[in-house]
Design a protein around this ligand. Structure first.
Ligand code: NDP
Length: 363
């Protein structure tokens, strides 16, 4: 069956805080953006509970409710949504081409807001069932799966804020939560550490690595973990009925790796003063691009920046790029000192307004 062809001025991949803020701005600029939802509509906040640090909600707000508000606001100004999966992209020229099973999407500008996904340890027993015990006691989302562990003993792996949050949350259901960390101190922020240390249902196992998740589907899933003490090398088995992996996230940028410059982990590189990538007309924002702040509010902020950059670009205004230069949609490059413009045919002209010229078209 022939694919449906869609051609849009602004296409946004991802519908977390970054993607939807980009959509709100692009829609209000009358650019009729198309948002591609991807596998987790609403992004990571839809699998979290209370968000206490998003400005404007003095009493806090549930993650899913916050994302519903974002989406409603984007829809109000005419954002179009598509639930699909982009399998392949061609960013060699404009319009950029995105392939899904049903559509060929042509984009004059592209905003990558594809976010990040939970990382896994890569140990035996961790893969989704039937290969491993994923979904049968192994999870990376306490909010999604905690309910199934009422009265059970579970372990959480990791030493960051995610691990503390997951461990605290899981004590609502579990009889006991054991936090296993590979070092002797936590990476998590002080407030999150304090909450975990004060929680009487949480124990800590330090300098310990999980080598294998034990159990079988036939015996009801997870029965324990095989551990190694990293100081002594001693191995042991620890009985539990659930394992939550909370060791951070990986940006969802694999489909762009042949086109966009990234760091070693896969975070897309953007220009210092804009959200421009190395491909003119492609912008990146949110957790796909930010390895440092990774907050809903910073993601929303960079989404706003990406939309303003795309808007300027479509208006043929110069957008800053990583080299410090600025580029327009027509391929003119303004030098970092703003003194020269290199035209698409290579001709270099002055960008300095000579005396008297300023009057042309001016007052
Ligand atoms: P982090 O990268 O901060 O922490 C990951 C943790 O997992 C580290 O303790 C790390 O160990 C451990 N780890 C990583 N890889 C492995 C491995 N292969 N085996 C064993 N352990 C491993 O990720 P988070 O997801 O916790 O946090 C990411 C960001 O999101 C942070 O900026 C955080 O502040 C923020 N966040 C904020 C929340 C909030 O404020 N409510 C909630 C959740 C996250 P090591 O320390 O040894 O490197």
């Amino acid at each position: 069956m022939a694919k449906e062809i869609l051609h849009r001025e602004v296409v946004i991949i991802g519908s977390g805080p970054a993607g939807l803020t980009a959509a709100i701005y692009a829609a209000r600029a009358d650019l009729k953006p198309l948002v591609i939802h991807g596998p987790q509509p609403g992004g990571q906040l839809t699998i979290t509970t209370e968000v206490e640090n998003y400005p404007g909600f003095a009493e806090g707000i549930q993650g899913p409710a916050l994302m519903e508000q974002f989406e409603e606001q984007a829809r109000r100004f005419g954002t179009e949504f598509l639930i699909t999966f982009v399998g392949e992209v061609d960013l060699s020229k404009r319009p950029f081409i995105l392939q899904t099973d049903e559509h060929e999407i042509r984009a004059e500008t592209l905003i990558v807001a594809s976010g990040a996904s939970a990382k896994w340890l890569g140990i035996p027993g961790e893969a989704p069932a039937p290969q491993g015990l994923g979904g049968m006691g192994v999870s990376a989302c306490a909010t999604c799966d905690g309910f199934f562990f009422r009265g059970k003993s579970i372990v959480v792996v990791g030493g960051g804020d995610t691990a503390m949050e997951e461990a605290n949350f899981l004590t609502r259901y579990a009889s006991r939560v054991t936090l296993i960390h590979r070092r002797d101190h936590l990476r998590a922020s002080k407030i999150m550490q304090d909450k975990a240390f004060k929680n009487p249902k949480i124990d800590f196992l330090w300098n310990t690595e999980v080598k294998e998740i034990l159990g079988t589907p036939e015996t009801g899933g997870v029965t324990g973990v095989r551990l190694a003490n990293l100081e002594t090398g001693e191995e042991s088995t620890f009985d539990c009925e659930g394992v939550f992996i909370a060791i951070g996230h990986k940006p969802n940028t694999d489909i762009f790796k042949d086109w966009l410059e990234m760091d070693d982990v896969g975070y897309i590189k953007t220009a210092g003063r804009s959200m421009a990538t190395n491909v003119s007309g492609v912008f990146a924002c949110g957790d796909a691009q930010d390895s440092f702040y990774r907050q809903a509010v910073t993601a929303a902020g960079t989404g706003c920046m990406a939309a303003i950059d795309a808007e300027r670009y479509l208006d043929n205004l110069p957008v800053p790029i990583a080299s410090g230069e600025e580029i327009t949609i027509e391929g003119e490059i303004v030098s970092a000192d703003h003194e020269q413009i290199t035209m698409p045919d290579g001709e270099v002209i002055s960008n300095i307004v000579e005396e008297g010229e300023a009057a042309v078209g001016g007052d």
